[in-house]
Design a protein around this ligand. Structure first.
Ligand code: SF4
Length: 343
């Protein structure tokens, strides 16, 4: 056992092979994986069915991924924002969002982000690196451990662009869903992209029941390119056509995320354009009132403007939901905690 791949990044077969080198039978792998994925063990010390000697050997050769809790903020609405430091000092954020019927965990797929959306605090610090499969799953393990298994839904909406770390995100998503993994229903897992068209096309061929959401955030190319530089590479025509093709091929509804910014994306003209973009294919839109970031120039629209925008869409036959702001007292918008602690 020479390399030190973390335990959550290993397949069961590789773990069995690694255990065999230590003279251990294959059932040990089941014992270890069950302790992790069903009982939420976060270190070998929690797996008391293993001998002390074996625990020590495993700790040095297939360690748990390092996610050191560096900060935790709990909102009065129950939202918990974790800031983790990774083995190389990079930081990522994970947000636990409980509601009456479900508890959603918003996880990161990269340390930093190279896509530089103008409204996003994560973009302010630039891209650092991809997360490993273990670092992605480690966020879920940690949250399940801390909340006693309360997490029922996962969204890849934290820092990073999931399709820019496609292989690791897909491998992690499979373990989130697998019966021998966290066993979270595929329909309770959402991958959210800022509009990386080749990723959408590839994902359409995976044959998975996982939900796809696309951050649209603007209704025309002028505003979208201003807010999301990715639009220059994959403009709305190309993006919407990839989404249509995805919906047609998979027969699954695509959720569009749309951020409501005062006088920019939350206007009667924008509502008309958005309704036009969504006409004739399987889609719905999730409206998100903008969460103010101190360093950025955008503002949250008034309640009346938000209600008016939603009503215009509904009158055009668009299925839409309005996301209630969560954790505003703890800087729960994308990248805000990491950014405030790095300054
Ligand atoms: S919104 Fe998402 S894709 Fe855009 S900069 Fe932030 S983390 Fe990256």
């Amino acid at each position: 056992m020479s390399s030190t791949t973390d335990i959550l990044s290993l397949s069961k077969d590789t773990l069995i092979a690694r255990l065999a080198v230590l003279g251990e039978k294959s059932y040990r792998a089941t014992q270890i994986l069950d302790s992790i994925f069903k009982k939420y063990a976060t270190s070998y010390n929690d797996i008391t069915t293993l001998s002390k000697e074996l625990r020590e050997q495993l700790s040095s050769t297939v360690p748990f991924p390092i996610l050191k809790e560096t900060d935790r903020r709990t909102s009065k609405d129950g939202t918990i924002k974790f800031l983790f430091t990774l083995s190389d000092g990079e930081m990522i954020e994970t947000v636990f969002i409980p509601t009456e019927k479900r508890a959603t965990l918003c996880i990161s797929s990269q340390a930093g982000c190279k896509f530089g959306c103008a409204f996003c605090a994560s973009g302010l610090l630039g891209w650092k690196r991809n997360l490993t499969v273990g670092e992605i799953l480690g966020q879920v393990l940690y949250a399940q451990h801390e909340t006693k298994g309360a997490v029922s839904h996962i969204v890849f909406m934290g820092t990073g662009e999931p399709f820019d770390n496609y292989d690791n995100v897909l491998a992690a998503a499979k373990m989130l869903n697998a019966p021998e993994g966290f066993h979270i229903a595929a329909r309770h897992i959402t991958i959210s992209t800022c509009g990386v068209v080749p990723g959408i096309e590839r994902f359409a061929g995976e044959g998975m029941q996982i939900e796809l959401s696309v951050s649209l955030h603007a209704s025309n190319d002028t505003i979208r390119s201003q807010l999301m530089p990715v639009n220059k590479k994959y403009p709305l025509k190309v993006l919407i056509s990839a989404c249509r093709a995805y919906a047609q091929k998979t027969n699954r509804q695509v959720t569009l995320e749309y951020i409501l910014i005062r006088d920019l994306t939350c206007t009667p003209m924008a509502a008309k354009e958005l309704a036009r973009l969504m006409k004739g294919w399987l889609s719905k839109v999730n409206l998100i009132p903008y969460n103010v970031v101190k360093e950025l120039p955008y503002l949250t629209p008034s309640r009346e403007d938000i209600a008016g925008f939603k009503m215009m869409l509904e009158r055009s036959g668009v299925i839409c939901t309005l996301r209630a702001p969560r954790g505003t007292d703890i800087a729960a918008a994308c990248g805000q905690l990491r950014h405030s602690l790095r300054k």
